[in-house]
Design a protein around this ligand. Structure first.
Ligand SMILES: Nc1ncnc2c1ncn2[C@@H]1O[C@H](COP(=O)(O)OP(=O)(O)OP(=O)(O)O)[C@@H](O)[C@H]1O
Length: 680
């Protein structure tokens, strides 16, 4: 996997270079190639020298090696932190049908791009021959008078100019069209993938890290797009050009061509050997960069903790040591690339020299004209570029297909519980009676670990039922099952006697159940928009009313921007109690029949808890409330208290009844009272 991905940036690098040089076409053989800008940091770049056939192939063979080097550099600049390596997932199959469905709307543009690319490639085969003819005219012209020279040189020069212009036009056309196709396919992939991800079951998100999912949306789509464009453009162009130019070489001079082909195996073997050394070096350097980035990622992400423990210097030292090691490895890699560069330049220039030398002897025997030699050099350079591109493309095909397969895998994944579909209960007849009947449940990620076992509980309409119990007893799981985040392994959950599995999940979540968790997440927008998230399309008045009910209106209006106050990332610009009340307003806006409060006040200090508690009590009136709580002081007023331990109901009763019984509840009460005394 690493090996495969190692050449990625290098391939891009060479592809960019190839694209640049293809724009310049075969006539640029005697011009020096421009150096591409470094991807992230300055590094030795692979410079296409005026190469001959074997040189080109060797260059292609080590392309992947240099790709590895470039990838090492690239990983520093990637938005998906390389420091969080994705857990190895089984490689999915590439779904051709899905790809075809995405491509079909672009078929016309794609066909046009293919035709234009082929046209540009065929012109490239013509150019060396015409250049040779021009050189012959130029060589003769040096021995004649100016007028005669101009007369002879003008037609081939004009023909060449015409071909160059036509080629420029074709190149522009196919690159523009391919870009359009690539971008549209990529945009469709991203949109479809995002929509599909949002439809997935909550269990799916338990099994996949956000980083992995974001990587599929970004890096994988990008990789697929680049590969797709490269394969179409370079694949077509390079194979056409290579075949055409090899034929031209043979027609120009079979002997010279044969001679060059003799040197080929030596260069290929040397290039391959060097390439594997560079790949290994690059892999090590890449891993080290990932390690250093991992340290930075963790430290910066937890800067408050670092500050709180005054660990800045220690953490900086940790990062510097990793960065130092990374720098050392990159330098070794740089040395390797430099050695490769020097040796390959020596070999390649040696071959140019050899060709001119041997070609000169052929010219002396009148078997080759100066123009032919020129054509030979130009055509051979075109072949080397084409072969280099083709060899890179093999790796690119593999990478592109596996990136595409990863994207399609989640794009076509069907959730177990669809977002919509099913019955609804008319609001005028909705009572809000909830019942869990013999529910057993294990999380899909831990199938052998039962969290709830034969759990039964009825929440009469308008009553508050509290669930308490030791940590890990399954309290939050009860709430998650009611929201249909997961499906029970056994048993049923009903709303007004109807199995919730038959009800429309989006209606259930969007209209019936209001859910407040311990640390509700707000979006980094205004308070108004955050509350309106509970019911898109709600009027300002409705938002204000919900905020008043949640006891949030007063503090919101006290902000200079009132309801227009931006709450910062995840609501960081609000206090815990304020955040909780905004979240409560958001939940109340949809006027839910059932309110689920999952440790809604446990993250708050005593004063904030009192404020939120008061708001919650007001909001609870007339609704069925499932109150999950750690602090037993908050459940005293509940109509019924259920003590949940080890996934089973241990006790049920009112606060007084449970205290009298002297069981687990009474024991928990004593524990908490003792803890409280200890902290005072
Ligand atoms: N998404 C999940 N995937 C796998 N196991 C989970 C998941 N969420 C919770 N669990 C496990 O299920 C069990 C019950 O967890 P749950 O959060 O329901 O307990 P709880 O009673 O609410 O605990 P606490 O009072 O500490 O919040 C625990 O053993 C927990 O590790």
């Amino acid at each position: 996997m690493l090996l495969l991905s190692a050449g990625r940036a290098g391939c891009r690098l060479l592809a960019v270079r190839a694209a640049l040089s293809s724009c310049r076409n075969g006539g640029s053989a005697l011009r020096s190639a421009p150096r591409p800008a470094p991807l992230i940091a300055p590094r030795p770049a692979l410079r296409p020298a005026p190469l001959l056939v074997p040189a080109g192939l060797a260059l292609g063979c080590v392309g992947a090696a240099l790709g590895a080097a470039a990838r090492c550099q690239e990983s520093r600049g990637r938005s998906v932190p390389a420091a969080v390596p994705a857990a190895p997932l089984p490689e999915p199959e590439f779904q051709w049908a899905t790809f075809w469905a995405l491509l079909r709307p672009q078929l016309l543009a794609l066909s046009a791009a293919v035709v234009l690319a082929l046209g540009a490639a065929l012109l490239n085969v013509q150019i060396p021959v015409l250049l040779g003819q021009l050189v012959d005219v130029v060589a003769r012209g040096a021995r004649t008078h100016l007028e005669g020279y101009l007369h002879a040189a003008r037609p081939p020069a004009l023909r060449l100019l015409g071909l160059y212009s036509l080629q420029a036009l074709l190149t522009f056309g196919y690159i523009a069209l391919l870009s359009r196709v690539g971008e549209q396919v990529a945009a469709s992939m991203r949109k479809a993938l995002f929509v599909s991800l949002l439809r997935q079951d909550v269990a799916f998100f338990d099994a996949h890290r956000t980083g992995q999912l974001v990587a599929r949306l970004t890096a994988d789509v990008q990789e697929f797009k680049s590969s797709f464009k490269l394969i179409i453009s370079q694949g077509l162009r390079s194979s056409t050009q290579a075949a055409g130019c090899v034929l031209s070489l043979y027609l120009l001079s079979p002997r010279l061509t044969a001679l060059l082909l003799l040197v080929l195996p030596v260069l290929v073997s040397a290039g391959t050997a060097l390439g594997s050394v560079l790949r290994a070096l690059s892999r090590q350097a890449q891993e080290q960069v990932a390690k250093a980035t991992g340290v930075a990622d963790e430290v910066l992400g937890n800067v408050r903790t670092v500050r709180a423990f005054a660990m800045e210097e220690q953490q900086a030292g940790l990062y510097c040591a990793e960065a130092e090691r990374s720098s050392g490895m990159s330098q070794r890699l740089g040395l390797g690339i430099a050695a490769f560069q020097g040796l390959s330049n020596l070999a390649l220039n040696g071959i140019v020299l050899g060709t001119i030398f041997v070609g000169g002897s052929l010219m002396a025997g009148d078997q080759l004209s100066p123009g032919d030699l020129m054509s030979f050099l130009v055509a051979s350079q075109t072949v080397q570029r084409s072969l280099a591109n083709i060899s890179i493309l093999f790796g690119q095909v593999v990478r592109g297909l596996s990136a595409g397969a990863r994207v399609f895998e989640f794009m076509t994944l069907e959730p177990q519980v669809p977002l919509r579909g099913g019955d609804t209960i008319p609001s005028h007849s909705l009572l809000g009676q909830v019942a869990f009947k013999h529910v057993s449940f294990s999380y899909p990620t831990r199938p052998g670990h039962p969290v709830l076992q034969d759990f039964s509980l009825t929440l009469p309409p308008g009553e508050t039922v509290a669930i308490v119990g030791p940590s890990g007893g399954g309290k939050s799981t009860v709430a998650a099952l009611l929201e249909r985040f997961y499906e029970p392994t056994r048993g049923t959950i009903t709303l007004d006697g109807r199995d919730i599995a038959s009800l429309d999940p989006s209606w259930l979540r969007g209209r019936v159940i209001g859910f407040i968790s311990q640390e509700p997440v707000l979006f980094g927008t205004t308070i108004m928009e955050n509350i309106r998230f509970g019911k898109p399309g709600a009027s300002d008045e409705e938002v204000f009313a919900a905020a008043r009910l949640a006891d949030a209106d007063a503090f919101i209006r006290a902000f200079p921007d009132g309801y227009g106050t931006v709450v910062g990332e995840r609501g960081a610009a609000l206090s815990g109690g304020q955040r909780q009340r905004v979240a409560l307003a958001r939940a109340l806006l949809k006027a839910p029949a059932v309110l689920v409060l999952d440790e809604a006040t446990s993250a708050l200090d005593a004063e904030a808890e009192r404020a939120v508690q008061a708001a919650l009590e007001r909001a609870a009136r007339g609704r069925t409330v499932l109150l999950i709580a750690h602090r037993l002081s908050t459940v005293r007023g509940a109509n019924r208290i259920v003590v949940l331990a080890g996934g089973r109901v241990a006790e049920v009763g009112t606060h007084e009844e449970l205290l009298r019984r002297g069981g687990l509840y009474a024991q928990l009460m004593r524990q908490q009272a003792a803890e409280q005394r200890g902290t005072e």
